[in-house]
Design a protein around this ligand. Structure first.
Ligand code: GTP
Ligand code: MG
Length: 260
């Protein structure tokens, strides 16, 4: 059997242990895969998406351009939960998994510009429904791979309408979720790297990756950061020019009106 990146060989002596480990893994996988376990996380994702859509509507109107261009979510697969716990040297205990894994519910948000990412993070931190538990800024401190993104772990209500228990409404249950905020360029890099490298851990491939691709990908990530900053500078200059253009337009319209 294979789990956590290692293969357990069956031999006469360890047969019994392997069977018990296998059983424990199977129990974990089936519990984590049950609707009863995943449904609250799905609800959390949907409620976060709703909140982000409202934020997007408000800020896109205010800015006169798209604030958030994409919101997607996913529930971590049971296999991925198991592998992550094993990587963290934790026992595959399904009851403890929610405490140990902050990203069973994952929401990904794509913005166009760097400053929009931080504005969104600020809005989330001021939200009445979401409580920020942890922020990991992989833009200011990229991962060794070059990966950039802003990760915010929040506690979010499972039901949107929460009231005190026994008040005729469902008691407010909260679950952890990881909100990943990226620019479009960062998302492009992460999607490609995720497909070929992050989840692909076979030794042969990693050997090749170390030798040939690591440097190129890292260089691309740095270029992407430079482009993101440049696009932000260009946008700011264009906005300034637009404002000046409108002011001049108004002035000449006033002059014409006065002449009449
Ligand atoms: P803890 O949160 O500290 O438990 O660790 P973690 O493994 O969850 O790390 P982190 O929160 O930093 O990253 C989790 C998610 O970020 C992953 O599921 C990926 O979606 C993304 N991610 C992190 N590192 C990389 C990377 O190097 N490449 C890509 N493509 N994605 C990454
Ligand atoms: Mg995480």
């Amino acid at each position: 059997m294979t789990a956590g990146g290692c293969t357990i060989m069956r031999t006469g002596r360890n047969q019994d242990i392997v069977s018990r480990v296998e059983e424990a893994y199977q129990e974990f996988l089936s519990r984590i895969g049950e609707d009863e376990f995943t449904e609250p996380y799905r609800k959390v994702c949907r409620s976060i998406r709703r909140e982000l859509e409202q934020i997007n509507e408000k800020y896109s109107r205010k800015l006169g351009r798209t604030f958030i261009s994409q919101i997607t979510y996913r529930i971590k697969t049971p296999e991925s939960c198991l592998n992550k716990l094993l990587k963290k040297n934790q026992a595959p205990d399904w009851e403890n998994a929610p405490q140990l894994l902050g990203d069973i519910a994952g929401v990904r948000v794509v913005c166009s510009f760097l400053d929009d990412m931080y504005k969104l993070a600020e809005i989330i931190s001021e939200s009445k429904t979401l409580e920020v538990v942890k922020v990991k800024d992989y833009v200011r401190n990229p991962k060794e791979s070059g990966y950039q993104s802003l990760h915010i772990i929040v506690l979010a209500p499972v039901e949107t309408v929460c009231g005190p228990a026994g008040a005729g409404r469902e008691a407010c249950v909260r679950k952890k979720a990881e909100i990943q905020i990226r620019t479009q360029a960062m998302n492009f890099w992460a999607s490609v790297e995720h497909h070929f490298v992050y989840k692909n851990e076979t030794e042969r491939f990693l050997e090749d990756y170390d030798n040939r691709f690591r440097k190129d990908l890292k260089e691309c990530a740095r270029t992407i950061y430079r482009i993101d900053r440049k696009m932000l500078r260009i946008r700011k200059k264009m906005e300034k020019a637009q404002r000046a253009g409108r002011r001049n337009g108004r002035k000449s319209a006033d002059k014409t009106a006065r002449k009449k």
